[in-house]
Design a protein around this ligand. Structure first.
Ligand SMILES: [Zn+2]
Length: 284
């Protein structure tokens, strides 16, 4: 099994979105009202070359995101995209020798615009999204919440995850993405209430494609909540679960926007190994 990190341009958001400031509604409006932009961060999509067919996890951003609806304060004041059409997931998969018909399944961790922005490249794939996430993102109410359902392809008809009450480490439910059971979805609510992450059994390690469960590995380790999660306690509980998962088994933790995700995947660097390396660097 090969896993590819596909960089679909970059996004710039506020510091107060990457690291929540304050609590409650105050925390949630800071990403809009704050004037402090963070550094540009990557937007990764992931492709898993699996014997059962290629699985794409999140579709990244699209060049269409350089123009956003002006009526929405978040789109107008809190987010900027930098991406050209050739940086979208479709052309990049083709340059890896993966055509659109090779992609059997597309899994979306959630439906934020930098995760579903490349959907148009997958008209022939089975697409899995949590049903709660679909309900929240659809229609005018979804648009007010900051989703862009008006840009979903006309053929977009996602399937819900086949959830089973099968424990997967600290997670009470899981959903098989492959028949072999080596790629599963687990619920990681927080950033959105029905956010999921993908776990891949990868030899003696596991890879966690964490979406926006946290923006950075350090934020997961320190239990730092972002500025947009609706419920702080739900997010904190999920980050606690992820830490338990990483403690139980060597895990390569790959958030969508972590500038170090691609190098961690290439070096197969697990959470614990990364921490040991940092301690050694501090000691030297
Ligand atoms: Zn998101």
């Amino acid at each position: 099994m090969r896993i590819h990190a596909i960089l679909t341009g970059r996004v710039q958001i506020k510091e107060a979105q990457i690291e929540g400031r304050g609590h409650g509604l105050w925390r949630q409006i800071q990403p809009i009202v704050s004037s402090e932009w963070a550094e540009w961060v990557p937007v990764y999509a992931w492709a898993i070359e699996h014997p059962e067919g290629v699985i794409v996890v999140d579709t990244g951003s699209g060049a269409h995101l350089k123009s956003l609806p002006r009526w929405h304060p978040y789109f107008q004041l809190a987010v900027r995209f930098d991406i050209e059409p050739e940086q979208e997931v479709g052309p990049q998969l083709r340059s890896l020798g993966i055509g659109e018909r090779d992609v059997k399944t597309v899994v979306l961790t959630h439906l934020h615009i930098d995760h579903d922005g490349g959907l148009a490249h997958f008209p022939h794939s089975r697409i899995c999204v949590d049903s709660g996430e679909i309900a929240r993102a659809a229609g005018i109410a979804g648009a007010i919440r900051g989703y862009l359902p008006s840009r979903w392809p006309q053929w977009f008809d996602p399937q819900p995850f086949p959830w089973q009450n099968l424990h997967c480490g600290p997670f009470a439910r899981s959903a098989r993405i492959t028949q072999a059971g080596d790629v599963v979805a687990v619920p990681t609510p927080g950033h959105t209430p029905d956010h999921v992450s993908i776990l891949i059994n990868h030899g003696d390690q596991q890879v966690m494609l964490a979406g926006d469960a946290s923006y950075l590995e350090e934020a997961m380790l320190s239990g730092t909540i972002d500025g947009v999660s609706p419920d702080e306690s739900v997010s904190k509980a999920t980050l606690t679960d992820i830490r338990a998962l990483c403690a139980a088994r060597p895990t390569i933790y790959l958030p969508t926007h972590d500038p170090r995700s691609a190098e961690r995947l290439a070096a197969r660097r697990t959470v614990a190994a990364g921490r040991r390396g940092e301690r050694a660097l501090t000691a030297s």
